[in-house]
Design a binder for this molecule. Structure first.
Ligand code: NAP
Ligand code: MG
Length: 470
């Protein structure tokens, strides 16, 4: 299956673009699609359309927004198979991961915003004031390649629920699912111009969106380097930037935990989506007395993971997204080894018989405290095991990076785990493998970003308040 698109979506109409960019399947190297390379003029058209559509969309009721979002969830569900196939083809995610963590989760997020839109009052009273919850305006949604559909759903769902209109800029590597999302939008009663699409290069479309005077909020997910640029520009223009950046999250295993369960789940988290998950637990912190045991368990789990064809249901890890990403991951692993790390599973050797950008699920141990492999995001299937002396030390180690997006605590005593969770400088902590909650705020401390996505808190990012005193 291939997806050859060459259009931007402006005010409900597809418009041809002269320039296109090819999309590669990272498992095979084959071209599986193409997308328009939008220009600055296209961005301007998209933002103007969104701004104009915002006049009416911004005055809809929560009920109307909820209804339209419900239709969108339904339209996405009817094209689930194609969304899954496109996710496998453009991201390289194994089919089971594409189904559960990319597509079904994205639909669930849109549904959650449909419900929140219906239930959230647009007018509240405080003392002698009437508080009007109003849409902030046009939201630029700039998304990365690791979970393209999910990240889009988190932004667009919240923006539309808030009464905002949107202009979408998917990553150049993975634009196909965003096209399919827009196909779904066009089947709903959402008015023309509420969702506009301008795919293209980050260096052209990104700044054109961020700098556009009619863009009120930039909702960005991606690297800290680009996030800084977006934040700088937004600061200059006094507009809002929601930044969802990287992570280096710790899984803290306390000595009273079920160690095998904790280690296995930590390895699985580190390797999910070939390690290209911003909230992955990429550091495993274990008591020094259990270090050898934990390292062995981690190696066993990592070695059991099947790497290969993402269209095969038996595959646990597909390729990483690009050659550039693969080389950057291998450089991080080789650097750690040069500084004395031991590879206990995986490593930099190529996988025989595979032509795509594959990386072995890798577990490292024996690194010095503060080694870059324990503090810098790798964004690949690499887990580092670190030993701590006592709980205070574990907390200090966990907090010892510039990031703070996610984390885990494992303990036989939930109160003890909660106490540790409350001392981690991070946006999300899962205790004993608790499941993801799409209604809970998601976002980071420190260099992991600004603002939160998902749930009612996610909608606040796209809300302006007008307080009217009576
Ligand atoms: P990126 O360059 O930050 O890309 C994210 C998005 O921003 C893409 O749509 C990109 O477009 C766009 N962009 C690029 N330059 C821009 C600019 N000046 N202004 C506005 N938008 C711009 O991230 P990446 O290159 O895809 O990945 C690099 C690293 O980022 C990864 O290794 C990983 O560490 C981190 N990352 C984090 C997340 C996360 O979920 N937090 C996700 C992906 C990557 P183009 O695709 O066209 O460049
Ligand atoms: Mg980039």
């Amino acid at each position: 299956m291939t997806w050859m698109r060459d259009t931007v979506l402006i005010d409900g109409r597809w418009q041809r673009c002269p320039a296109v960019t090819a999309v590669e399947n990272p498992a095979t190297g084959e071209v599986v699609g193409q997308a328009a390379a939008a220009t600055v003029a296209d961005v301007d058209d998209g933002v103007r359309a969104a701004y104009a559509a915002g006049v009416n969309w911004g005055r809809t009721t929560g009920e109307q927004r909820g209804k339209a979002l419900g239709e969108l969830a339904e339209a996405l569900r009817t094209r689930r198979d194609e969304l899954v196939a496109a996710t496998v083809a453009e991201v390289g995610a194994p089919i089971a991961v594409a189904e559960e963590s990319h597509v079904d989760l994205a639909i669930e997020i849109i549904e959650s915003f449909a419900a929140i839109a219906r239930d959230t009052p647009l007018i509240e009273r405080v003392g002698n004031s009437v508080l009007l919850r109003r849409p902030a305006g046009v939201v630029a949604c700039i998304t990365p390649w690791n979970y393209p559909l999910y990240q889009l759903a988190a932004k667009v769902g919240a923006a539309l629920a808030a009464g905002c209109t949107t202009v979408l800029k998917p990553a150049e590597l993975t634009p196909i699912t965003t096209y399919l999302f827009c196909d779904a939008v066009l089947e709903t009663s959402l008015p023309a111009g509420v969702v506009n699409l301008v795919p293209g290069s980050g260096s052209v479309v990104g700044p054109a969106l961020t700098e556009h005077p009619d863009v009120a909020v930039v909702s960005f997910t991606g690297s800290t380097v680009v996030g800084r640029q977006v934040g700088r520009t937004a600061g200059e223009l006094i507009k809002r930037a929601c930044l969802e950046l990287g992570g280096k999250s710790a899984s803290v295993i306390l000595e009273d935990a079920d160690i095998a369960a904790a280690v296995f789940a930590t390895v699985d988290s580190a390797m999910l989506n070939s390690g290209q998950t911003c909230s992955a637990w990429t550091r495993m912190l274990v008591p020094r007395s259990r270090y050898g045991e934990a390292v062995q368990l981690a190696a066993t789990r990592a070695n059991a993971l099947v790497v290969g064809d993402p269209t095969d249901r038996g595959t646990d890890l597909g390729p990483v997204v690009s050659l550039k990403q693969r080389l950057s991951i291998l450089a991080a692993v080789n650097g750690a080894v040069d500084r004395g790390a031991t590879i206990v599973a995986g490593g930099p050797d190529p996988l025989p018989g595979l032509v795509g950008h594959f990386v072995r699920p890798t577990v490292l141990c024996g690194v010095e405290r503060g080694d870059p492999v324990t503090t810098e995001e790798i964004f690949g299937p690499v887990l580092v095991v670190e030993a701590y002396e006592d709980v205070e030390d574990a907390i200090a180690l966990a907090n010892g990076t510039d990031y703070g997006l996610a984390g885990a605590v494992w303990s036989g005593d939930v109160d003890r785990a909660l106490d540790v969770a409350g001392r981690l400088e991070t946006g999300q902590v899962d205790i004993n493998g608790a499941k993801f909650n799409p209604l809970a705020p998601f976002g980071g401390w420190k260099l992991s970003g600004l603002g939160r996505e998902l749930g009612t808190v996610g909608i606040e990012e796209f809300t302006e308040w007008t307080a009217v005193q009576l």
